[in-house]
Design a binder for this molecule. Structure first.
Ligand code: ADP
Ligand code: MG
Length: 492
């Protein structure tokens, strides 16, 4: 990594950097510098790449094209609570602290809540362009995020930033000859539309809910990435006139209630001066994906209260469980995707993106697969049932951990073939300083899916995310401080 001029004195900014940073800040590409800062204070621009990174056009289109089939896949698996219970049985026992507790909140398969009246999925499907020994790269899925998929709004702004720099005389050397190589990104409006459609369907089915009925965003008490959320809140209000209130699971535990007769959810939200209970149409989780969000039984009780209410849950417990690493490993087995999707072209296009995944459960070849992982530790990633980056195990540690673990503990993990992404050069802008770095880019497509009583209201791709990290880094996202925001420049 080479660091060139830094702009801390405000005078030595390379040409273009000042333009980039001021655009970023003015468009809300910002994060809090500390977890405890009061809203609106202590901000900095989110780290980003100065140039859009080249990304293979065929991989880009492949990923966008399978978004709707993946939306259907996620929703259909989530409806099959018996399937989830079976697939996750051993994993839930190995990871009793988290997967096990989520499983315990699944509805019974014959209860009305097993299939909610309104379903809203906001997912993000993540991929690498996997470098092939010869020829163009192939799209490989890293994971499906079925809860709290973030960065749609900041990523939308990132596309705007690179498009701006591509045409601005104050930002030379961007390497973009045709701004048309920078695809549009409708992330913010797409997610806002999904939340609005679910809200609208809720009001249609619950006409007595009242005009002040709001969307509830469940948030972490100390969220550094709140501005991605605020931009989405703002879009919901601006485009659709729907108010969003925010509350942590702890607040919900204290102030949430559900009407016995109709399941209406009420919350006194976080925020100064908020004393009144607000009726809720849609519960949109931007928290609850990690055990760290559940400080004790109170937060689990809050989650259970939300799940039992009539409000639309994005996601339900079942949808969240579809996003576990274990379910994704099982989907890699032959004929597994076919259980849920009937269109052979869709199945094929999805399966083509799968990297090999191996079970580590004793009932499913776990002991033999662990040996494969030990012998070929550089070729596999060991993944626990966790979200948010920084949890996976690589290289020699794969061997060490597999040798150390008991078979019960091992069942909490899956083994995934290591993807080798295409390496590109780019310039990282962080804290107003630049560093030229070799990077790999992870590409995500957001998918929004709304169903009401079995009728698909809409299902659509809703923007994209490109995050890049130093090629030498194994793991970690933007929130974990490893990756930076980027946008794709399509290349052959
Ligand atoms: P999380 O839920 O923590 O985001 P991921 O499956 O996305 O879990 O893994 C986190 C990071 O680890 C990814 O962003 C990617 O950089 C890296 N990673 C995950 N799976 C693989 C893989 N099969 N090959 C190479 N890198 C991977
Ligand atoms: Mg991830």
């Amino acid at each position: 990594m080479t660091t060139d001029k830094n702009g801390t004195d405000g005078t030595s900014l390379p040409r273009g950097l000042a333009e980039a940073v001021s655009f970023a800040v003015s468009r809300g590409i910002v994060i809090s510098q500390s977890k405890t800062a009061r809203s609106g204070t202590d901000l900095t621009h989110a780290p980003f790449t100065y140039r859009p990174s080249p990304f293979n056009a065929a991989c880009y289109h492949h990923a966008v094209d399978i978004t709707i089939p993946l939306n259907h896949l996620v929703t259909r698996i989530a409806r099959d609570v018996d399937y989830l219970r079976t697939v996750l049985d051993e994993t839930g026992r190995a990871d009793a602290e988290f997967t096990g507790r989520l499983l315990a909140l699944l509805p019974e398969s014959d209860s009305p809540s097993a299939r909610p009246r309104i379903e809203l999925s906001i997912a993000r499907y993540d991929y690498f362009a996997h470098a092939m020994p010869e020829g163009p790269p192939m799209l490989r899925m890293v994971e499906m995020n079925c809860i709290a998929a973030s960065f749609a709004a900041l990523s939308t702004q990132m596309t705007a930033l690179h498009r701006h720099l591509a045409t601005h005389p104050g930002a030379p050397d961007l390497g973009v000859t045709d701004p048309g190589e920078l695809p549009t990104n409708e992330g913010t409006s797409g997610l806002a539309r999904g939340l609005w459609l679910a809200h609208r369907e809720y009001l249609r089915l619950h006409p007595t809910a009242g005009s002040s009925t709001s969307v509830l965003m469940v948030v972490q008490p100390e969220e550094r990435n709140a501005y991605d959320q605020f931009l989405l809140q703002d879009a919901l209000w601006q485009f659709h006139g729907v108010r969003v209130v925010r509350a942590s699971l702890t607040t919900i535990a204290r102030s949430g209630s559900v009407d016995a007769e109709n399941g209406q959810l009420w919350i006194v939200p976080d925020g100064e001066g908020e004393l009144e209970s607000v009726s809720i149409s849609v519960v949109y989780f931007r928290a609850g994906y990690t055990p760290d969000d559940y400080f004790g039984d109170a937060e689990w009780e809050a989650r259970s209260l939300l799940e039992r209410s009539a409000a639309v849950k994005c996601p339900t417990i079942a949808m969240q469980l579809v996003g576990t690493k274990k379910v994704q490993q099982v989907l890699d087995k032959e004929k597994e995707v076919e259980r849920f999707l009937s269109e052979p072209g869709d199945v094929e296009a999805i399966r083509e993106t799968f990297a090999k995944q191996l079970s580590l459960s004793d009932s499913d070849g776990g002991a033999e697969n662990a040996r494969v992982g030990i012998e070929q530790c550089e070729d596999f990633v060991l993944k626990p049932q966790r979200e948010g980056g920084g949890n996976n195990i690589y290289g020699e540690d794969v061997r060490r951990e597999l040798e150390r673990m008991s078979s019960e503990e091992r069942a909490g993990y899956v083994l995934m073939e290591r993807i080798r992404p295409v390496v590109v050069k780019n310039v990282v802008v962080r804290g107003g300083c630049t560093a030229e770095t070799e990077m790999v880019s992870e590409f995500g497509t957001f998918g929004v899916h709304v169903e009401c009583e079995g009728n698909v209201i809409d299902s659509f791709p809703a923007g994209t995310l490109l995050r890049s990290k130093a090629a030498s880094q194994d793991d970690g996202g933007v929130a974990a401080g490893v990756a930076v925001l980027d946008s794709p420049m399509l290349v052959d």
